[in-house]
Design a protein around this ligand. Structure first.
Ligand code: ZN
Length: 652
């Protein structure tokens, strides 16, 4: 199987392999199959959440793609094709990462040609005049620069809801929404439900009301399908606890009752015995500038026994790591609870995890459940492996590493060090530390995500150079930690800037956190030249002169970041993020973009899913699940729209 599938615009499409799927026993294969069907059925929900026009735009673009009878070989048509592929990738009209509206890349007049050269059958309401009104609205969305400008705006100067064109709020101002949820949260007690997670907040006749996403509510047609497949999956679950939590999940989807989602999450955390696991629901809140509404996502996975040993060692030693961390004793956990970690292979990616996907999962998000019942944390082995295989051959290392030794170190140790960093971040970092009584995530407002990611990364960076990781057999050499420091600073100070447009600042939480850390240690160690920018042949490189001193700086910052989280020190959080994480060095940025451009690489990657086929012969009983990899990007996207397109184009 080829890892690389295709490349267009700023995107690269890769394939992940599903190792040893054929060797799983039949029950597990069927369980995975049904869960993967439940995963694919929620696709339209995310599209509609991302923007209210997305499903309409997709219908129009795909109809043109499927029926346009004109010349399909012109440069304009190629531009149209690229636009369609970008919309597919973003699950809508906004860039998946920057969340800016994607430029169409072709003229409005050409769009008219495409529409008139295509067939619009089967939809009586779209005939004639109505078709024109419908298309005019879509044209406005595509070509009017004032319309639907950005999906998620974090610009603190403006009303975040008015400047964000996601579909989570309707006719609601930021201050009203904040007040609404502050008042709701005040009723939540010590174990609050995740208020607002599964609803659209709208204003009706002057009153704020939540329209809940549930079986007989908004998104019900897709939820009905998800529930159908989850019910099938229950029969093939590996144990009683899995059956129980799937039952809770179904009831939650049926009723929209968030306390059932919490019950599901608690049982889900408890379940550690099975090999197959999944996430399916309204989970992450990055798509909402207020961090309240959950975007729909699903991942189905199974345990990678070999690599899981690594994570088991970490969680077995969690208390040692907590005790020896450089943070204030008052903010350490005296008993680290429920740190569960394993390494998994994904079998399907869906919703907000597709095609762009995380390399680790750490859930649930509810802080009190994490404190009281623990959390599950996984590293996705087959995805990181695909990335690594692809990255060794793209020329980035040669262009941005400061020396031959650095390149050698990366090739020899990059993979193991990168994996351990992710494990430390996910298994120990997020779970470590404790907050003062009465302090919660709201105290850090819109800086919370960045501070939390900074904390988990620093925990990993600090410990990856600890002798303990060699003793525990997690790394084979001290040079592996050096390779990780090289890679982290190279990325945080140089190469991640390739994802930022000229003149723009950094907005995404993980990117802010990486630059925050790198800029802070650079400034902190400036006098001793712990880290320096060097210029060779008119190119800027990052050189680390003192790895131990650098580790010390990571430790110092970790201590401060933990204090900020523990005390809910908003002012300090804002200062650190705004001073170190946001602003881009314009001159360096231009240079990095030029060097990167010459490599002709795509800054973002996403993944195709394999195709699963359920054999029901003889007698209609499931007898095997076959897996295939050869489906291409366009075919997969069109198939998903055709077979899993359950929602109407308008879901207001
Ligand atoms: Zn994280």
């Amino acid at each position: 199987m080829d890892v690389f599938a295709e490349k267009f615009a700023d995107l690269k499409i890769l394939r992940y392999s599903v190792p040893e799927f054929g060797k799983l026993d039949l029950q597990k294969k069927i369980y995975i199959y049904y869960l993967s069907q439940a995963a694919l059925c929620g696709r339209d929900i995310l599209w509609d959440q991302n923007n209210r026009y997305n499903l309409r735009v997709r219908y129009v673009l795909e109809t043109i793609w499927n029926t346009f009878k004109g010349n399909r070989e012109t440069p304009e048509f190629k531009q149209f094709e690229i636009y369609l592929k970008r919309v597919w990738f973003s699950n809508g009209i906004h860039h998946h990462y920057s969340t800016d509206k994607l430029p169409a890349g072709f003229a409005e007049s050409y769009f008219d040609e495409l529409v008139s050269g295509s067939k619009w059958p089967g939809f009586n309401f779209l005939s004639g005049k109505k078709l024109k009104i419908f298309i005019d609205e879509i044209k406005d969305v595509l070509f009017n620069p004032e319309k639907e400008i950005k999906r998620v705006s974090l610009d603190s100067e403006s009303d975040l809801l008015r400047s964000s064109y996601n579909n989570y709020y309707k006719d609601v101002e930021q201050a009203e929404a904040e007040k609404f949820y502050v008042e709701l949260k005040a009723t939540g007690g010590a174990e609050p439900i995740s208020f607002g997670l599964n609803s659209t907040l709208v204003k009706k006749e002057g009153q704020l009301t939540e329209i809940v996403w549930k079986l007989d509510g908004k998104y019900g047609l897709a939820i009905n399908q998800i529930v159908f497949w989850l019910n099938k999956a229950i029969e093939y679950a590996e144990n009683e606890l899995q059956k129980k939590y799937i039952g809770h999940l179904i009831q939650y989807y049926v009723t929209g009752d968030l306390s059932l989602f919490d019950q599901y999450s608690i049982e889900w955390v408890k379940e550690q015995e099975g090999d197959v696991d999944f996430v399916n629901g309204f989970i992450e809140v990055y798509g909402d500038p207020l961090g309240i509404k959950g975007s729909w996502e699903s991942i189905v996975n199974y345990k990678d026994p070999e690599a899981s040993k690594r994570a088991t060692i970490l969680s077995g030693n969690a208390q040692w790591f907590e005790d020896h961390s450089p943070v204030d004793a008052a903010y350490k956990k005296t008993k680290v609870k429920g740190v569960s970690a394993k390494v998994i292979n994904v079998a399907i990616l869906a919703g907000d995890c597709y095609p762009a996907t995380p390399i680790g999962i750490n859930l649930p998000n509810a802080e009190w459940i994490r404190e009281k019942h623990g959390s599950k944390s996984v590293t996705i082995e087959n995805i990181t492996q695909a990335y690594f295989l692809d990255s060794m051959n793209n020329g980035m290392l040669e262009e941005f590493a400061s020396s031959v030794e650095e390149i050698e170190r990366a090739r020899t140790y990059g993979y193991q060090a990168g994996n351990l960093h992710t494990d430390l971040h996910e298994c120990l970092g997020h779970g470590s530390g404790k907050v003062k009584e009465g302090v919660n995530t709201d105290n850090l407002a819109n800086y919370y995500s960045t501070i939390e990611e900074t904390r988990a990364d620093l925990f990993a960076l600090y410990y990856i150079m600890d002798e303990q990781v060699i003793k525990l057999g997690l790394l084979t050499s001290n040079d592996a930690a050096k390779a990780e420091f090289d890679a982290y600073l190279r990325n945080g100070l140089l190469t991640q800037l390739t994802r930022i447009k000229p003149g723009k600042d950094i907005e995404e939480s993980h990117m802010r956190n990486r630059q925050l850390i790198c800029r802070w240690v650079f400034e902190g160690g400036k006098e001793q030249k712990v880290v320096e920018f060097v210029c060779l042949n008119d190119k800027t490189y990052v050189k680390i002169n003192d790895y131990q001193a650098l580790r010390g700086l990571f430790g110092r910052l970790l201590k401060e970041i933990q204090r900020i989280k523990s005390e809910g020190d908003l002012e300090a959080a804002r200062d650190l993020v705004e001073n170190f994480g946001v602003k881009v060095d314009r001159i360096l940025h231009v240079e990095i973009l030029e060097r990167f451009k010459k490599l002709d690489l795509a800054p973002y990657s996403g993944f195709l899913n394999p195709v699963y086929e359920l054999k029901t012969w003889p007698c209609g009983k499931p007898s095997d699940v076959l897996i295939r990899y050869e489906e291409d990007y366009t075919a997969q996207m069109l198939r998903y729209s055709r077979d899993y397109g359950f929602l109407p184009m308008v879901n207001d």
